[in-house]
Design a protein around this ligand. Structure first.
Ligand SMILES: *Cc1c(COP(=O)(O)O)cnc(C)c1O
Length: 389
């Protein structure tokens, strides 16, 4: 039996191990110099002026929403197809998530989806670069900014992606972008996330928020400082800090980001060539003109019912051949928690149609070229077997 291929996995090498060991032997396990080094590596990779690293991508979404000073009357538009964290963060910040529909064939928020979800209460929008394909930030962002709303892009899938030559996360189209460093993402810190921004004030607010709302810089204190021990809590924050141990791994990983993303793109080309002959399989739409995907995921569309089978059967057939797949994502307004809040998934027909057909095949830099053939052969065999009954 061949080794199991998960849908995603980290790549850890000896340099990563050495960097973590060095951090463990250093005086600082947290709030030390490795945090700033990791932030600098990230800021430079996405060409952003400021990066603030923290404990998770979810914390980054929460911090970014908090920095916008949202209130209970404020609405934030998020796509119906995304990971739970995107809309949960809006709830954490005390505002109201409003879902937009997505393209039935690509799963991305389109300008018409944003327009349909817009109300006079819309204060911000959080587009998601699903699977690593940038949404059309140029158009979405212009629409939001003309109406005085803020833009946070959830770039958890898109580290290394670009739109018309500009990196996602560089601040060209959004007030803040968030990244995740979970092991399935492009570079990992175990758990970890970051807010990147071109706005110094937003970066400072995010930094305060992730450490209890605590301020020490003399020019930011409300009272005269009685001495070097003095600090002030000026708002309610959290402990969302990341450790130096994690950042040591992150900086080491970031030094290989270019190679990781290039490898993902190479595997995607192999998948595209190999799947072209499989009529039942539609490859994910590449996204807007001029977008270059970072391929966090390799998504395909299959009309399971039309083929006389179910997604569960196809996934099981692949699993029996040691191939892991996953579904990204169940539309969030269909979740019991959101239904109980009064949300209804029914209007989001594009989201339902995308969800009905999507499947994520294995995609991670440590995959070998031959693994793509193995996945495609298995998919072909499973479809033939299930469809022929
Ligand atoms: C991974 C991810 C996040 C953040 O996840 P964490 O696990 O908290 O780092 C947010 N949004 C999307 C779309 C993601 O895939």
């Amino acid at each position: 039996m061949s080794h199991f291929l998960p849908y995603g996995a980290q790549s850890i090498d000896d340099a990563d191990l050495a960097a973590v060991v060095e951090a463990l032997r250093s005086p600082y396990l947290t709030t030390g110099p490795r945090v700033g080094e990791f932030e600098a590596a990230l800021a430079s990779a996405v060409e952003a002026p400021h990066a603030v690293a923290m404990s998770s991508g979810t914390a980054a979404l929460h911090a970014a929403c908090h920095a916008l000073d949202l209130g209970p009357e404020d609405e934030v538009i998020v796509p119906a197809v995304t990971f739970l964290a995107t809309s949960n963060a809006v709830l954490y910040a005390g505002a109201r998530p409003v879902f937009s529909d997505v393209c039935p064939d690509c799963g991305l928020m389109r300008p018409e989806d944003l327009e349909a979800a817009w109300t006079p209460r819309t204060r911000a929008v959080i587009p998601v670069h699903l699977t690593g394909r940038p949404v059309d930030m140029e158009v979405l962002s212009a629409f939001a900014r003309e109406r005085g709303a803020a833009v946070i892009d959830d770039a958890a899938h898109a580290l290394g992606a670009s739109l018309r030559g500009t990196p996602i996360g560089g601040g060209a189209w959004s007030d803040m972008s968030i990244f995740s460093f979970h092991p399935v993402k492009h570079a990992t810190t175990g758990e970890g996330g970051a807010v990147v921004t071109a706005d110094e004030g937003l970066a400072a607010r995010v930094r305060t928020f992730i450490s209890h709302g605590m301020v020490r810089e003399p020019d930011q204190l409300k009272a005269p400082s009685p001495g070097p021990w003095y600090y002030e809590q000026q708002e309610l924050g959290y402990n969302y800090r990341i450790t130096d141990i994690q950042c040591a791994l992150g900086t080491s990983q970031m030094s290989r980001l270019g190679g990781f993303v290039a490898r993902r793109r190479h595997l995607a080309r192999l998948y595209e060539e190999r799947l072209a002959s499989l009529d039942a399989v539609e490859i994910n739409d590449p996204g807007p003109d001029g977008s270059v995907s970072a391929y966090h995921l390799f998504g395909i569309l299959l009309d399971f019912e039309g083929l006389g089978t179910t997604r569960a059967e196809v996934m099981q057939g692949l699993r029996e051949r040691s191939i892991g797949t996953q579904v990204h994502y169940i539309p969030v307004p269909a979740q019991p928690y959101y239904r109980e809040l009064g949300y209804d998934p029914a209007p989001f027909t594009g989201a339902a149609e995308y969800y009905r057909r999507t499947l994520s095949l294995p995609m991670f830099p440590a995959m070998e070229d031959g693994d793509v053939d193995r996945v495609c052969d298995a998919l072909e065999a499973v479809l033939a077997e299930l469809g022929a009954r």
